[in-house]
Design a protein around this ligand. Structure first.
Ligand code: FAQ
Length: 311
């Protein structure tokens, strides 16, 4: 049985087709998907915090309603992704528990604070921009439920990126102080946004196997380069400077060269020592604890309804 399953799995991957939940799959394939999909889900959930912090202080009613919609989209993305992880046999309770206890990883970027309104713009432009660059190829991930979830997520994130770009454009064409605020935000988010793509290829233990299984389609460095090439002209259009003196067009490569990123900082943030790791997790735990009575009430109500239907 396992042999037939293995051969069929190999065939599906070789034909660049999709593995569906009921198909046989090797344990390691399932494991790496649960790892990536759950980390991705947690990133969306923790990722609500930096911007959520600005909902009550958005500079206009319009900005406030747009930001609320964006943060709500992120919750939705998290929920799709938890569902995709469930199709791999991992219950939500288990996945939630891993985040609650601090065992799970989520994207390094969300351990940085959103200090000013311009940071909300930088999160939209750079963080959503990096997320889309990474996620568009994931729409073709070999695992069906993950790839399909990515299609809608990417559509929504394109709006998010434009929203961020427009905030920065407005600020960079405002007063000198507003332009400076936009520049400061870009200065702080540029490096951490580039690190969202993961460690350099030489230090990325999962990439090769994930690419062989058609989960990842491109390596971390290839996508990081694609992102840099995309944002350089966008920064020019914004009238803002990217904080990298080594950034320059390389005619031979047909790409922008960029300077070395601070990988010590990256690994320390991933290990849990970033500026806000403790605060992010504490906030998540408090929200979960404070919402326990709602979940209990909803479950009690559902039980009551089910019992009433049986009568
Ligand atoms: N932060 O071998 P690799 C968003 C870990 S969504 C923390 O290269 P892989 C939307 C990695 O897990 C953002 N940890 O790993 C939004 C692994 O550890 P493990 C999230 C990181 O999986 C916008 C180890 O390092 N997007 O932003 C990071 O092949 C605005 C070795 O790394 C996704 O999750 C990192 N940056 O490649 C929301 C996309 N990078 O598990 C709110 C899906 C690496 O072995 C506001 N994920 N690590 O213990 C992926 O594409 C991949 O998982 C990568 C990493 C590319 C992130």
């Amino acid at each position: 049985q396992a042999r037939v399953g293995w051969e069929r799995f190999q065939e599906i991957i070789a034909d660049d087709k999709r593995i569906e939940p009921r198909d046989w799959m090797p344990d390691d394939y399932r494991k790496t998907l649960v790892r990536q999909v759950s980390q991705h889900a947690h990133s969306e959930i923790i990722g609500m915090q930096p911007e959520g912090n600005w909902i009550s202080r958005a500079p206009s009613l319009k900005r406030k309603s747009v930001l609320m919609a964006k943060v709500q989209d992120e919750a939705g993305h998290g929920l799709y992704l938890y569902s995709a992880a469930e199709t791999l046999g991992t219950s939500r309770d288990e996945t939630y528990e891993q985040l609650y206890t601090g065992k799970a990883k989520y994207s390094s970027i969300f351990n940085y604070p959103a200090r000013t309104w311009a940071d909300v713009g930088a999160v939209g432009w750079l963080v959503d921009g990096a997320a889309i660059t990474n996620q568009v190829p994931l729409c073709r991930a070999s695992y069906g439920p993950y790839g399909r979830a990515m299609v809608r997520v990417c559509k929504e994130e394109s709006f998010h990126q434009r929203q961020g770009w427009e905030i920065l454009y407005t600020l960079s064409h405002g007063t000198q102080a507003q332009k400076q605020m936009a520049q400061d935000a870009v200065d702080r988010f540029y490096g951490p946004a580039l690190q969202m793509f993961g460690p350099p290829d030489a230090e990325s233990p999962n990439s090769q196997q994930s690419m062989a299984w058609n989960i990842k389609r491109f390596s971390n460095d290839v996508l990081r380069q694609r992102f840099v090439d995309m944002i350089v002209p966008q920064a020019e259009a914004l009238g803002l400077t990217l904080p990298d003196p080594d950034l320059k067009w390389n005619e031979e490569r047909g790409h922008y060269d960029y300077g070395e990123l601070d990988w010590d900082e990256f690994f320390s943030v991933v290990k849990g020592d970033g500026p806000l790791n403790h605060q992010r997790l504490a906030h998540y735990r408090a929200a979960r604890d404070n919402g326990a009575w709602v979940r209990e009430a909803a479950a009690a109500y559902a039980d009551k309804q089910a019992a009433a239907q049986q009568d």
